[in-house]
Design a protein around this ligand. Sequence first.
Ligand code: FAQ
Length: 324
Amino acid sequence: MYTQALNTTEVAAPDESEALDRFQARIDAEARIEPNDWMPPAYRRTLIRQISQHAHSEIVGMLPEGNWITRAPSLRRKAALLAKVQDEGGHGLYLYAAAETLGVTREELVEQLLDGRAKYSSIFNYPTLSWADIGTVGWLVDGAAIMNQIPLCRCSYGPYARAMIRICKEESFHQRQGFEIMATLCQGSAEQKAMAQDALDRWWWPVLMMFGPPDADSQHSDTSMRWKIKRFTNDELRQKFVDATVPQAQYLGLTIPDPDLRFDAAEGHWVFGKIDWTEFRRVLAGGGKCNRERMAARRQAHEDGAWVRAAALAHAAKQRAKAA
Ligand code: FAQ
């Protein structure tokens, strides 16, 4: 999936503006940019930022659901949840590998996450309070992730686009397992249905925030769209998600917690109420319900894994010595 031989230094362009024009022409012609191709430093930085934030989100995203593996209500549910959380770990690893093709190391990126310099998705700073939250995370969080990530399969940067193909297939299984949990709860007792509604009430607005700030406040959208890293704006994807999800909630017999939600027949879209962007900014600044807990759990897991890294290095050194 990834290249084997990477440039370690930026390839000098004979004429910067000519190189930029040629680069943009390749993007406009839908050519894929590969790791050893010349690319503007800002394109490289944007990709490292987005891919690493994405990788960190997958890794931290294992935690809210991981909490429920030992409490899953049946063997079948436990096996599915275990597989899902394991997939998320795998997604993090593909994405770190894709970022490494741009000249950073996984160690640097992990360090940035652990020392608090790096961002991960706001959505993973909310608690999973009941089993219905596991259904809702699969249904809505993975549903939002699919909406955002399917277009990334056509991203101009080859290694990221290729990694996204498998990730999206797995996200699709995750979304179905979540929806199926919700469908089971909604067909169950009144208490189970109330639990499903409560989870939807708590997750709906944070999920809409996952798509990022409104277009007018999105610093990176214009350049990322020009470079075909992003194919749709944050608001376009948010609208597509709402349009796809409202009928699913109706099918489940659940109420979306938005008194302003209405269908605009002329436009063919569900119009939704105002998002509380102060909450989004508070969560990004570290003030979400679980920011501290998540980072503490992640740091602890990293420390607990030290012996595995040491053992792998010792094994590799032995293999090298044997070969020599
Ligand atoms: N949370 O100018 P824009 C998943 C930041 S994976 C935190 O619009 P951009 C799978 C943004 O980084 C979920 N920060 O930025 C799963 C930027 O900050 P910076 C993650 C956010 O990059 C499911 C600033 O705001 N998915 O769920 C958020 O053009 C279940 C300005 O924003 C991805 O990462 C946010 N929600 O667009 C796992 C997909 N939104 O860097 C476990 C790839 C924005 O200047 C369980 N990423 N920011 O300091 C993307 O598509 C884009 O990066 C966006 C943001 C759309 C997230």
